[in-house]
Design a protein around this ligand. Structure first.
Ligand SMILES: *Cc1c(COP(=O)(O)O)cnc(C)c1O
Length: 463
C-alpha cells in the first residue's frame, strides 16, 4: 500500500481495500465536525448552513455543482499554523492545493508565506499582492522563462531540484546582477503515507537530489561555488495525507546529517531547513488528524534534538501545509439527478458533477464522506456509490457511503473536505464547465472563482 505512495505530493490519496466501507453512522443527520468546515451546522429546518447561509439559498443563487469555502475557517487555520510555529519558523501555504487571488490576500493578511510551482501560480500570487520575498518557487522542471520571472520579481527562495537547475538559476541570477536565495531539495529515502512510511536509500521518483551516494553533498558543493546563488538551506518533502510523525523523524535526522557534513566540509552552518508539507486531514470520521501545535512541537523537538546531538545551531524550520489548511474548509454541493438501486449490491446516486470537479477518487482511490444536506431524514441508511455524469464508469465521487433510503432526485447532497486538490485539479472532461468557488463568511457569500461558461469553452476553441 505505502509502496505506491508518492512522496512528492502528487499522490494525494488514502488507499482503500476493495469493498471496504464502515458501518453507517448511528444518525445520518449528524454532521461530524471533524470532516465539515467549522461554521457548518444544521438550521431549525434541518438544512445545512455554512457561514449562516442555508444550502438551498446557496444552490439557488450560485447553482450546483459548486464549492463553498468557509472563509473564517480558512483564516483560523492559517492563524493556528502561524501561531503554532511561532516567530522563529515559517509557514508556507502550498498553493497547488487551491489558489485564487482572494486566497492570496487572506494568506497575506494572516501572515503566511506561499509556495508556488508554476508561472501561473506565481502570476496569481504577485497579482494579488503577495510580497515576492514571501514566495517560494518549487518544481522539478521550471522553465527558463519561469525562473527569469521569479528572479526578476525577487522571490524569497527558489527550491533547486536538479544539477541542471543549479547552473540554470545561477546563470539567470548573475545575468540579473543578483544573488538568488535558494534551497536544495533532497530526497531523504522516506516515503510517508497516512499511517506508514518506508525508509530506503534511494527513492524511485522524479523530485529532488538524492542524499544517497553523496549526490546532495555534491549539489551543495556546486551551489556554494556559484556567485549567483545564496544557498540558505535544505528542503525535504516526504509524502501526503500523513498522520504519523515517524517519517518526519527519519527525514529530519537525515537532513541534519547533511547539514553536519556541510559544516565539516565547508565550515558553514546552513541556516534553514524545510520539512515540506503532507499533513493529513479527516476525509471520513475514521481519520484523526493532528492539531498544528502538536505537529509544530513534534517537528521542533526532532530538529532540536538532532542538532544538539550534532552540535549544530538549530536552523530555522519551515513547513508547507496545503491540504491541512484548505482541505477541511470547503464542501462540494451537488443536486441528485438519478437513483439506481442494484439489487444485492448498492444504490448508484448520480449527481450533476463528478470526476471533473473531484478527480481524487478516480485517481487515488481516495475516500470521502457524503451527507443529505437540504433536509434531514429518518429513513433507513442505504449503501450508496455517488457517481458523476461523465462518460466513464470510473467516474466515482464517493465510493462507499450511506445516505437515507428516501433520497430523491432534486435533493442536495454535499461532499465535505473538498477544499484541497479538487478545484485545483478540475478538468473540462466532456466539456464540463468547472464549478465556481464561493467564499462564505458571516452571512455573506461571494464568488471568488466564477463558474466556467460555454462561452469560455468556445473562446479557447478558435475554430
Ligand atoms: C504538494 C506539496 C506540498 C503540500 O502538500 P499537502 O499534502 O497539501 O500538505 C508541500 N510542499 C511540496 C514541495 C509539495 O510538493
Amino acid at each position: 500500500m505505502s509502496r505506491s505512495a508518492h512522496p512528492a505530493g502528487p499522490r494525494h490519496a488514502d488507499v482503500l481495500t476493495e469493498g471496504h466501507y464502515s458501518a453507517p453512522a448511528a444518525d445520518l443527520n449528524v454532521l461530524d465536525e471533524k470532516v465539515w468546515a467549522r461554521t457548518v451546522t444544521r438550521d431549525a429546518d434541518g438544512a445545512l448552513t455554512v457561514g449562516g447561509i442555508a444550502v438551498a439559498r446557496l444552490a439557488e443563487e450560485f447553482g450546483t455543482p459548486a464549492y463553498f469555502l468557509d472563509e473564517s475557517d480558512f483564516r483560523a487555520r492559517c492563524r493556528a499554523w502561524a501561531e503554532a510555529f511561532g516567530p522563529d519558523a515559517d509557514v508556507f501555504y502550498a498553493g497547488k492545493a487551491f489558489l485564487s487571488r482572494a486566497v492570496v490576500r487572506w494568506l497575506k493578511e494572516e501572515g503566511l508565506n506561499l509556495d508556488v510551482c508554476s508561472g501561473g501560480e506565481l502570476t496569481t500570487a504577485l497579482d494579488a499582492g503577495m510580497p515576492a520575498e514571501r514566495i517560494a518557487f518549487h518544481g522539478n522542471n521550471k522553465t527558463v522563462a519561469e525562473i527569469e520571472r521569479a528572479v526578476e520579481a525577487g522571490v524569497g527562495r527558489i527550491v533547486l531540484d536538479s544539477f541542471q537547475e543549479i547552473v540554470r538559476v545561477a546563470h539567470i541570477a548573475q545575468r540579473h546582477g543578483v544573488r538568488q536565495r535558494v534551497q536544495i531539495r533532497v530526497t531523504v529515502g522516506v516515503e510517508a503515507h497516512t499511517h506508514e512510511f518506508i525508509a530506503t536509500a534511494h527513492e524511485d521518483q522524479k523530485f529532488g537530489i538524492a542524499l544517497a551516494d553523496g549526490q546532495a553533498a555534491e549539489a551543495v558543493r556546486r551551489a556554494l561555488s556559484l556567485d549567483g546563488l545564496d544557498l540558505v538551506g535544505i528542503h525535504s518533502h516526504i509524502g501526503s495525507q500523513i498522520f504519523d510523525m515517524a517519517g518526519f523523524e527519519v527525514s529530519a535526522r537525515r537532513v541534519v546529517q547533511l547539514l553536519t557534513e556541510v559544516r565539516d566540509e565547508h565550515g558553514i552552518e546552513l541556516p534553514e531547513i524545510d520539512l515540506g508539507g503532507g499533513l493529513g486531514i479527516a476525509y471520513t470520521s475514521e481519520d484523526d488528524p493532528r492539531e498544528p501545535h502538536e505537529i509544530a512541537k513534534a517537528l521542533s523537538d526532532i530538529v532540536t534534538r538532532e542538532c544538539e546531538a550534532a552540535k549544530l545551531r538549530t536552523p530555522r524550520i519551515s513547513v508547507e501545509p496545503g491540504r491541512a489548511i484548505v482541505g477541511p474548509t470547503a464542501f462540494t454541493l451537488y443536486e441528485v439527478g438519478t437513483i439506481k438501486p442494484l439489487e444485492g449490491l448498492r444504490t448508484y446516486v448520480s449527481v450533476d458533477g463528478g470526476m471533473s470537479d473531484n478527480i481524487r477518487t478516480a485517481l487515488y482511490d481516495a475516500e470521502y464522506s457524503v451527507a443529505l444536506v437540504s433536509r434531514t431524514s429518518d429513513a433507513e441508511p442505504m449503501l450508496v456509490r455517488v457517481v458523476g455524469k461523465h462518460c466513464e464508469s470510473g467516474d466515482i465521487v464517493v465510493k462507499d457511503a450511506f445516505l437515507p433510503a428516501d433520497l430523491a432526485p432534486g435533493d442536495l447532497i454535499a461532499v465535505p473536505a473538498t477544499g484541497a486538490y479538487c478545484r485545483s485539479m478540475a478538468s473540462n472532461y466532456n466539456h464540463a464547465l468547472r464549478p465556481p468557488v464561493v467564499a462564505v463568511r458571516d452571512g455573506e457569500a461571494r464568488v471568488i472563482v466564477r463558474r466556467e461558461t460555454e462561452e469560455d469553452l468556445l473562446r479557447l476553441d478558435v475554430g
